[in-house]
Design a protein around this ligand. Sequence first.
Ligand SMILES: Nc1ncnc2c1ncn2[C@@H]1O[C@H](COP(=O)(O)OP(=O)(O)OP(=O)(O)O)[C@@H](O)[C@H]1O
Length: 358
Amino acid sequence: MISIDGLKKNYGNFTALDNINLELLNGEFIAILGPSGCGKTTLLRLLAGFMKPTEGTITIDNELAASSNKLVPPEKRNISMVFQSFALWPHMTVEEHIRFPLKHHRFGKTKGKEEQAIKVVEALEMVGLSHLKDRYPAELSGGQKQRVALARAIVSKPSLLLMDEPLSALDAELRMEMRREIGTIHRKLGTTIIYVTHDQGEALAMADRIVVMNDGKIEQIGTPESIYNAPQSVFVSTFVGKSNLIKGEWVGENRFIPANFPSVSWQDIGISKEIKAQNLYPVRPEQWKLGEAEQNQMTGIVQFAQFQGNEIHYSIQSGEETINVYASVFEKRFLPGDTVSLKIYTGVEERVLLASSR
Ligand SMILES: Nc1ncnc2c1ncn2[C@@H]1O[C@H](COP(=O)(O)OP(=O)(O)OP(=O)(O)O)[C@@H](O)[C@H]1O
């Protein structure tokens, strides 16, 4: 188990991480999700042992690994890393890359040549590269290079695998394929994975739990479903799921009246206290139900309608607010200039169904 307590990291006067508290269970797949500059890589570097924290501690399997005056260096931690840039050596073949940790790493060291060969074959098979084992990095595609980096990272069976945006240099289709492969490898190996990404789709699809970060702090920790369906802050509701934040007023605890439509009222569907306190109601783009304009309903004028294959993405002007709506292609189509009514799916079950069908 890894325990992070009160972790802080300053670079000079600048605080890159502040009061980070997190417990990771053995075998968990944790995604660290946040925008550029929020401190994701800093957290990963602290976990790897590249630098000391300014305050707080990291404990790995009940042993203090880092504090402001102690640092267990990377080579003394049973960890591996995979980077966005692959970090391969141009003069080594695929097979030599994968054998490297077995020869040199303190934890993965495997003395017998035969045992080494078995482990290399296993790792090559796991990432589907057996047929390319004699190639050099310059002779591989981006996806194949990342598979080499992955095989090199897992061959020594580390207890912790740190991945820093490993798929961001790959094209969209390959990213989807690699998501599945990393998921399969995680299930097979049972290694604890910390996976840094700014891509919400990756985090939602792959992780057991997501840690959403902003500005050096943790905003929310939870399962993908809870992060998506029950964001606790305005930041999480807009960063994950791209909610529209409708302005209005909460009447009592349970009823919301949109500012521009006093005759409309929406019920509470588990909106957090923090969001309520700002008199906002978050509505995700796919949560809207468009219809012909009706009296006593929220309405707007379609500005744009973009065909996306499985969905139509509308931009709708409603009073001063521009509302984004994702509608199924099977629903009634609207055109720019049409006045439409905007209702929302409020049943929690409906919302979960919608979320899981995306
Ligand atoms: N060595 C350093 N010296 C000074 N400031 C730094 C240093 N490294 C990072 N920072 C700053 O700390 C903040 C967090 O950086 P970090 O690299 O952890 O962010 P990130 O979330 O990984 O961003 P990205 O997704 O762009 O890689 C940023 O504002 C960055 O400019």
